[in-house]
Design a protein around this ligand. Structure first.
Ligand code: COA
Length: 151
């Protein structure tokens, strides 16, 4: 997979961006404020992530997604490893991200990539999303916050 920064003239892969976050308002804000990367296979964009500067020396990994037809083949991990390497190159010291309490596979993947759980925003999804979200038979209520030190 070729991972590269999105080109200025390129259409954003909204189908992928919305897989990671169903809120179009969030997605639009992230792509405007952040730096978007895409993963391409045989000329087709199959994955994306956005690096969003938050506090000094800190970047948040948002909107990481792999096209459903290409999941579970290691591409998600490649995207995360690329995001970590890219953030190191850019001089960030900490990368953070957040995921739902019900996102069991994502929580496993992030920890396999070296992220540590540092906190939980209780009822984040209940307050910020209009409809209840269920995954893996679990209601997605809380935002689990994870970080990795880049130094
Ligand atoms: C999350 C996502 C990006 C992962 O991409 P992917 O290409 O399917 O992931 P990979 O194949 O690289 O890796 C999956 C890893 O997680 C592990 N994993 C997944 N579910 C697991 C579970 N329930 N328990 C343990 N490990 C699990 C796999 O074993 C694999 O680990 P490995 O690298 O040691 O083999 C993809 O599923 C996706 O786009 N989901 C929808 C969007 C989304 O939820 N984005 C994140 C929002 S926080």
């Amino acid at each position: 997979m070729l991972i590269r920064k999105i080109r200025p003239d390129e259409t954003y892969p909204f189908n992928l961006l919305l897989l990671a976050d169903p809120s179009i308002e969030n997605v639009n804000e992230y792509i405007q404020r952040g730096e978007s990367f895409v993963g391409e296979l045989d000329g087709i964009v199959i994955a994306c992530y956005v690096l969003l500067p938050t506090r000094p020396h800190t970047v948040e990994l948002v909107n990481i997604a792999v096209n459903e037809d290409y999941q579970d083949r290691g591409f998600g991990r490649q995207m995360i490893e690329h995001a970590i390497a890219q953030s190191r190159i850019q001089g960030y010291r900490v990368m953070e991200l957040g995921t739902g309490n019900s996102s069991v596979g994502q929580l496993a993947l992030y920890q396999k990539c070296g992220f540590r759980i540092v906190g939980v925003d209780l009822d984040f999804f209940v307050h910020h999303y209009p409809d209840p979200i269920f995954e893996n038979g679990i209601q997605c209520r809380d935002m689990v916050r994870l970080i990795i030190y880049l130094e």
